[in-house]
Design a protein around this ligand. Structure first.
Ligand code: PGA
Length: 248
Protein backbone atom coordinates (compact mmCIF):
# COMPACT_ATOMS: atom_id res chain seq x y z
CA UNK A 1 0.00 0.00 0.00
CA UNK A 2 1.50 3.34 -1.04
CA UNK A 3 1.00 6.23 1.35
CA UNK A 4 -0.52 9.24 -0.43
CA UNK A 5 1.78 12.21 -0.93
CA UNK A 6 0.62 15.77 -1.59
CA UNK A 7 3.29 18.32 -2.46
CA UNK A 8 2.90 22.06 -2.90
CA UNK A 9 5.19 23.57 -5.52
CA UNK A 10 5.23 27.25 -4.65
CA UNK A 11 7.43 28.11 -7.65
CA UNK A 12 8.83 31.68 -7.56
CA UNK A 13 6.13 33.07 -5.29
CA UNK A 14 6.01 34.49 -1.82
CA UNK A 15 7.74 36.61 0.79
CA UNK A 16 8.71 35.87 4.37
CA UNK A 17 5.38 37.33 5.43
CA UNK A 18 3.32 35.20 3.03
CA UNK A 19 5.28 32.05 3.93
CA UNK A 20 4.46 32.67 7.61
CA UNK A 21 0.82 33.23 6.80
CA UNK A 22 0.44 30.20 4.54
CA UNK A 23 2.29 27.81 6.83
CA UNK A 24 0.49 29.24 9.86
CA UNK A 25 -2.76 28.06 8.28
CA UNK A 26 -1.41 24.62 7.35
CA UNK A 27 0.41 23.91 10.60
CA UNK A 28 -2.67 24.85 12.66
CA UNK A 29 -4.53 21.96 11.06
CA UNK A 30 -2.20 19.58 12.93
CA UNK A 31 -0.56 16.27 11.93
CA UNK A 32 -1.15 14.20 8.85
CA UNK A 33 -0.74 10.56 9.88
CA UNK A 34 -2.19 8.99 6.74
CA UNK A 35 -0.79 11.40 4.12
CA UNK A 36 2.70 12.78 3.54
CA UNK A 37 2.40 16.53 3.03
CA UNK A 38 5.33 18.53 1.72
CA UNK A 39 5.76 22.19 0.77
CA UNK A 40 8.44 23.35 -1.68
CA UNK A 41 9.22 27.05 -1.29
CA UNK A 42 11.91 29.04 -3.11
CA UNK A 43 15.44 28.33 -1.83
CA UNK A 44 15.64 31.52 0.24
CA UNK A 45 12.46 30.62 2.14
CA UNK A 46 13.51 27.06 2.99
CA UNK A 47 15.08 27.81 6.41
CA UNK A 48 12.01 29.78 7.48
CA UNK A 49 9.66 27.03 6.24
CA UNK A 50 11.70 24.34 8.01
CA UNK A 51 11.55 26.20 11.31
CA UNK A 52 7.80 26.84 10.97
CA UNK A 53 7.07 23.20 10.05
CA UNK A 54 9.13 21.71 12.87
CA UNK A 55 7.12 19.16 14.82
CA UNK A 56 4.04 19.64 12.59
CA UNK A 57 4.39 16.56 10.38
CA UNK A 58 4.73 18.77 7.29
CA UNK A 59 7.86 18.17 5.23
CA UNK A 60 9.86 20.71 3.27
CA UNK A 61 11.35 20.20 -0.17
CA UNK A 62 13.20 22.23 -2.78
CA UNK A 63 12.25 22.91 -6.38
CA UNK A 64 15.65 22.03 -7.87
CA UNK A 65 19.24 21.22 -6.95
CA UNK A 66 22.64 21.25 -8.61
CA UNK A 67 23.89 18.25 -10.54
CA UNK A 68 27.26 18.73 -8.81
CA UNK A 69 28.13 17.87 -5.21
CA UNK A 70 30.13 21.04 -4.43
CA UNK A 71 32.54 23.47 -6.02
CA UNK A 72 32.84 26.58 -8.17
CA UNK A 73 29.30 26.63 -9.57
CA UNK A 74 28.08 30.16 -9.03
CA UNK A 75 24.40 30.40 -8.21
CA UNK A 76 23.91 26.68 -7.67
CA UNK A 77 22.59 24.92 -4.56
CA UNK A 78 23.88 21.44 -3.77
CA UNK A 79 21.69 18.57 -2.64
CA UNK A 80 23.82 18.23 0.53
CA UNK A 81 23.08 21.88 1.37
CA UNK A 82 19.38 21.15 1.12
CA UNK A 83 19.69 18.17 3.45
CA UNK A 84 21.74 20.31 5.83
CA UNK A 85 18.95 22.92 5.76
CA UNK A 86 16.24 20.42 6.68
CA UNK A 87 14.89 19.36 3.26
CA UNK A 88 14.07 15.75 2.55
CA UNK A 89 12.64 16.14 -0.96
CA UNK A 90 13.55 17.82 -4.21
CA UNK A 91 11.51 18.37 -7.38
CA UNK A 92 13.63 17.61 -10.45
CA UNK A 93 13.06 17.97 -14.18
CA UNK A 94 9.99 20.17 -13.82
CA UNK A 95 8.75 21.20 -17.27
CA UNK A 96 9.48 24.86 -16.44
CA UNK A 97 13.14 23.92 -15.84
CA UNK A 98 13.17 21.94 -19.08
CA UNK A 99 11.49 24.78 -20.99
CA UNK A 100 13.14 27.93 -19.57
CA UNK A 101 16.52 26.54 -18.52
CA UNK A 102 17.12 23.99 -21.26
CA UNK A 103 17.33 21.03 -18.89
CA UNK A 104 17.94 17.85 -20.83
CA UNK A 105 17.17 14.30 -19.74
CA UNK A 106 20.92 13.88 -19.09
CA UNK A 107 20.96 16.90 -16.80
CA UNK A 108 17.91 15.61 -14.95
CA UNK A 109 19.66 12.23 -14.56
CA UNK A 110 22.74 13.92 -13.08
CA UNK A 111 20.54 15.84 -10.64
CA UNK A 112 18.67 12.67 -9.65
CA UNK A 113 22.02 10.97 -8.95
CA UNK A 114 23.19 13.96 -6.87
CA UNK A 115 19.92 14.01 -4.90
CA UNK A 116 20.00 10.27 -4.21
CA UNK A 117 23.65 10.42 -3.16
CA UNK A 118 22.80 13.14 -0.64
CA UNK A 119 19.82 11.22 0.72
CA UNK A 120 17.10 13.44 -0.76
CA UNK A 121 13.95 11.92 -2.23
CA UNK A 122 13.87 13.03 -5.88
CA UNK A 123 10.47 13.86 -7.33
CA UNK A 124 11.10 13.35 -11.04
CA UNK A 125 8.67 15.24 -13.28
CA UNK A 126 7.69 13.90 -16.68
CA UNK A 127 4.97 14.91 -19.11
CA UNK A 128 4.18 15.61 -22.71
CA UNK A 129 3.34 18.91 -24.41
CA UNK A 130 0.04 19.46 -26.18
CA UNK A 131 1.72 18.99 -29.58
CA UNK A 132 3.24 15.70 -28.47
CA UNK A 133 -0.13 14.47 -27.19
CA UNK A 134 -1.87 15.50 -30.40
CA UNK A 135 0.80 13.73 -32.45
CA UNK A 136 0.17 10.54 -30.47
CA UNK A 137 3.60 10.77 -28.85
CA UNK A 138 2.62 11.22 -25.20
CA UNK A 139 3.76 7.77 -24.08
CA UNK A 140 6.92 7.95 -26.15
CA UNK A 141 7.87 11.28 -24.51
CA UNK A 142 7.13 10.10 -20.99
CA UNK A 143 9.04 6.83 -21.50
CA UNK A 144 12.04 8.73 -22.89
CA UNK A 145 12.05 11.15 -19.95
CA UNK A 146 11.73 8.35 -17.39
CA UNK A 147 14.46 6.24 -18.90
CA UNK A 148 16.65 9.30 -19.37
CA UNK A 149 16.35 10.27 -15.74
CA UNK A 150 16.41 6.86 -14.10
CA UNK A 151 18.35 4.35 -16.13
CA UNK A 152 21.43 3.20 -14.22
CA UNK A 153 20.51 4.96 -10.97
CA UNK A 154 21.20 2.96 -7.87
CA UNK A 155 19.33 3.05 -4.58
CA UNK A 156 16.09 4.60 -5.83
CA UNK A 157 14.26 3.69 -2.62
CA UNK A 158 12.77 7.15 -2.03
CA UNK A 159 12.04 7.89 -5.67
CA UNK A 160 8.77 9.67 -6.52
CA UNK A 161 7.57 10.31 -10.09
CA UNK A 162 5.21 13.16 -10.97
CA UNK A 163 3.24 12.96 -14.20
CA UNK A 164 2.56 16.54 -15.24
CA UNK A 165 1.17 16.96 -18.75
CA UNK A 166 2.64 20.31 -19.79
CA UNK A 167 -0.66 21.42 -21.33
CA UNK A 168 -2.35 21.06 -17.93
CA UNK A 169 0.11 23.13 -15.87
CA UNK A 170 -1.32 26.46 -14.79
CA UNK A 171 -3.93 26.34 -17.55
CA UNK A 172 -7.01 25.14 -15.67
CA UNK A 173 -7.09 22.14 -18.02
CA UNK A 174 -6.63 18.75 -16.37
CA UNK A 175 -6.27 15.30 -17.77
CA UNK A 176 -9.44 13.38 -17.05
CA UNK A 177 -9.02 10.83 -14.26
CA UNK A 178 -9.12 8.10 -16.94
CA UNK A 179 -6.45 9.79 -19.10
CA UNK A 180 -4.28 10.33 -16.04
CA UNK A 181 -4.78 6.76 -14.78
CA UNK A 182 -3.84 5.36 -18.21
CA UNK A 183 -0.56 7.29 -18.18
CA UNK A 184 0.14 6.43 -14.53
CA UNK A 185 -0.33 2.72 -15.29
CA UNK A 186 2.02 3.11 -18.27
CA UNK A 187 4.58 4.86 -16.03
CA UNK A 188 4.42 2.01 -13.53
CA UNK A 189 5.02 -0.50 -16.35
CA UNK A 190 8.02 1.52 -17.49
CA UNK A 191 9.36 1.69 -13.93
CA UNK A 192 9.04 -2.08 -13.64
CA UNK A 193 11.38 -2.43 -16.62
CA UNK A 194 14.06 -0.29 -14.98
CA UNK A 195 16.66 -2.14 -12.97
CA UNK A 196 16.83 -1.12 -9.32
CA UNK A 197 13.40 0.54 -9.24
CA UNK A 198 10.62 -0.95 -7.13
CA UNK A 199 7.67 -0.01 -9.36
CA UNK A 200 5.00 -1.22 -6.95
CA UNK A 201 6.41 0.89 -4.10
CA UNK A 202 7.13 4.05 -6.12
CA UNK A 203 4.59 6.82 -5.67
CA UNK A 204 3.39 8.37 -8.92
CA UNK A 205 1.83 11.81 -8.40
CA UNK A 206 -0.39 13.69 -10.82
CA UNK A 207 0.23 17.38 -11.43
CA UNK A 208 -1.45 20.01 -13.60
CA UNK A 209 -4.28 22.23 -12.36
CA UNK A 210 -5.14 20.02 -9.38
CA UNK A 211 -7.81 21.83 -7.36
CA UNK A 212 -10.11 20.96 -4.45
CA UNK A 213 -12.91 20.10 -6.88
CA UNK A 214 -10.99 17.59 -9.03
CA UNK A 215 -8.58 16.08 -6.49
CA UNK A 216 -10.84 13.34 -5.09
CA UNK A 217 -11.69 11.84 -8.48
CA UNK A 218 -8.03 11.81 -9.47
CA UNK A 219 -6.99 10.18 -6.18
CA UNK A 220 -9.66 7.50 -6.61
CA UNK A 221 -7.65 6.04 -9.51
CA UNK A 222 -5.51 3.00 -8.67
CA UNK A 223 -2.17 4.34 -9.83
CA UNK A 224 -2.53 7.97 -8.72
CA UNK A 225 -0.77 8.24 -5.37
CA UNK A 226 -1.16 11.93 -4.71
CA UNK A 227 -0.50 15.28 -6.36
CA UNK A 228 2.09 17.90 -7.14
CA UNK A 229 0.09 21.09 -6.74
CA UNK A 230 1.14 24.49 -8.09
CA UNK A 231 -1.36 27.35 -8.01
CA UNK A 232 -3.75 25.82 -5.47
CA UNK A 233 -0.90 25.20 -3.00
CA UNK A 234 -0.60 28.96 -2.46
CA UNK A 235 -4.00 29.02 -0.77
CA UNK A 236 -4.01 27.27 2.62
CA UNK A 237 -7.68 26.32 2.41
CA UNK A 238 -7.44 24.92 -1.11
CA UNK A 239 -4.28 23.00 -0.32
CA UNK A 240 -5.83 21.66 2.86
CA UNK A 241 -8.88 20.49 0.91
CA UNK A 242 -6.63 18.63 -1.55
CA UNK A 243 -4.80 16.99 1.37
CA UNK A 244 -8.18 16.03 2.85
CA UNK A 245 -9.14 14.41 -0.48
CA UNK A 246 -5.95 12.33 -0.35
CA UNK A 247 -6.86 11.08 3.12
CA UNK A 248 -9.86 9.43 1.48
P1 PGA B 1 -0.48 23.97 -11.37
O1 PGA B 1 1.09 23.60 -11.38
O2 PGA B 1 -1.11 23.16 -10.26
O3 PGA B 1 -0.51 25.43 -11.12
O4 PGA B 1 -1.01 23.59 -12.70
C1 PGA B 1 1.53 22.28 -11.16
C2 PGA B 1 3.04 22.24 -11.26
O5 PGA B 1 3.61 22.90 -12.12
O6 PGA B 1 3.71 21.51 -10.48
Amino acid sequence: MRKPLVMGNWKMHGSRASVKQLLGGLVREGGYPSVDVVVCPAFVHIPLAVSLCEGSGLGVGAQDCSHMAAGAYTGEVAAEMLVDSGCRWVILGHSERRQYHGESDDMVAAKVAAALAAGLAPVVCVGETRDEREAGEAQYTVARQLQGALRGQSNTRHLVVAYEPVWAIGTGLTATPQEAQAMHAFIREQLADLKGVDAAATRVLYGGSVKPDNAAELFAETDIDGALVGGASLDAQDFQAIVAAARG
